[in-house]
Ligand binder design. Structure first.
Ligand SMILES: [Fe+2]
Ligand SMILES: [Fe+2]
Length: 181
């Protein structure tokens, strides 16, 4: 008979195996629908702009796309996977560091203004669908006042808030650790 320790170890291993399998599947979806965005110079340049703590805008955008796919599978609602992935990757395509303000770009109301800037940049480089536009424009809801009008935009809005919360909590943990030293 298996000991409880071996049983728990096997369960843990199985859970981890399933997790990595799922992550691999999600990455495949990202590559399938947005290979061009993921390998573009401008998207890559957003690794130099910080989002929350030590997380760059590039890392944040990829995480939001991954969680958007995971959430939509969990909800099991009909949607366009292509629009969901591309909209999520471009939702913060504002291409500047909002922590570094200057006279020309004070970034004072970044939370309110960056969806419009992201949309303008994305429109200049990619052919967007109405759903993708909606995702980028409304992802900061309720700051946008008008709520999203498609499922894909609701999913990305939720994933964005979830990822931002995780990134902020990690940031706060880091601060706490620094204070103890
Ligand atoms: Fe944003
Ligand atoms: Fe975001």
């Amino acid at each position: 008979m298996k000991s409880i320790r071996i049983y728990l170890q096997e369960r843990k291993r199985e859970k981890r195996r399933k997790y990595f399998k799922k992550q691999k599947k999600i990455q495949k979806e990202l590559n399938r629908y947005a290979w061009d965005i993921l390998h573009s110079e401008n998207f890559d340049s957003s690794k130099n702009n910080m989002q929350h703590g030590s997380i760059s805008v590039k890392e944040h955008s990829i995480q939001v796309a991954r969680y958007s796919v995971a959430f939509s599978e969990l909800l099991g609602v009909e949607h366009s996977r292509r629009d969901l992935v591309r909209g999520a990757l471009l939702h913060d395509y504002f291409l500047y560091d909002w922590h570094k303000a200057d006279k020309e770009n004070p970034h004072r109301l970044h939370g309110f203004h960056h969806p419009a800037r992201a949309l303008k940049n994305a429109e200049a480089e990619y052919e967007l669908t109405d759903r993708q536009r909606e995702i980028i424009k409304k992802h900061m809801w309720p700051l946008t006042v008008k709520p999203p009008v498609c499922r894909e935009a609701w999913v990305v809005t939720a994933a964005d808030k979830y990822c931002s919360l995780l990134e902020t909590i990690h940031l706060q943990k880091g601060h706490r650790r620094k204070k103890k030293k």
